[in-house]
Design a protein around this ligand. Structure first.
Ligand code: SF4
Length: 167
């Protein structure tokens, strides 16, 4: 278990690896939350931190009127009562892979979470290549992102939705 203030955060990911999967689109305020990366540039793509930083170390530096997940991506433990959970799998990454094309020639980002990441364990390179473009919070008028975030939407429905708009 991560003990804040004692274990190095990146060591905590490796230590927790045998017991716990980490969500790369996680909560900011969970006790174990880590900063995964910074949303930057005009497109808001995530730039991953070289090393994990405890979320608690930065959250009190963010002005109160800014939702932390607008500017940072956080990783936190996958939890059994998550709406995206199906057995040991994450249905969110299934929808992400179904809905969004991987960037052409996109490399897998250098990422401190990989050893414990649920998306890497489940979807491998296909999850990682789409990961930087994702926002934990998306604009309400982004219809595709809203569908991807909906646990009741299946990958097949997403594929049909995107195909209909291509035609
Ligand atoms: S880049 Fe890959 S390993 Fe890193 S958080 Fe994203 S999906 Fe997980």
């Amino acid at each position: 278990m991560l003990t804040r203030g004692h274990a190095r955060p990146d060591a905590a990911v490796a230590e927790a690896d045998t017991r716990t999967s980490w969500c790369p689109s996680g909560a900011a305020h969970a006790p174990e939350s880590l900063v995964l990366g910074v949303r930057s540039g005009l497109d808001g793509q995530v730039t991953y931190l070289a090393d994990a930083v405890p979320a608690a170390a930065v959250l009190d530096q963010i002005p109160e009127d800014i939702e932390p997940r607008r500017i940072l991506r956080f990783a936190s433990h996958c939890v059994t009562d998550c709406a995206n959970r199906r057995g040991g799998d994450c249905t969110l990454v299934e929808r992400v892979v179904a809905a969004y094309p991987a960037p052409a020639g996109g490399a897998v980002p250098r990422c401190h979470l990989r050893a414990g990441c649920q998306w890497w364990a489940q979807a491998g390179v296909e999850g990682c290549r789409r990961c930087p473009a994702l926002a934990t919070r998306h604009p309400a008028d982004d219809e595709l992102a809203s569908l991807v975030a909906d646990p009741d939407v299946t990958p097949e429905q997403l594929a049909a939705w995107t195909a209909a708009r291509r035609d």
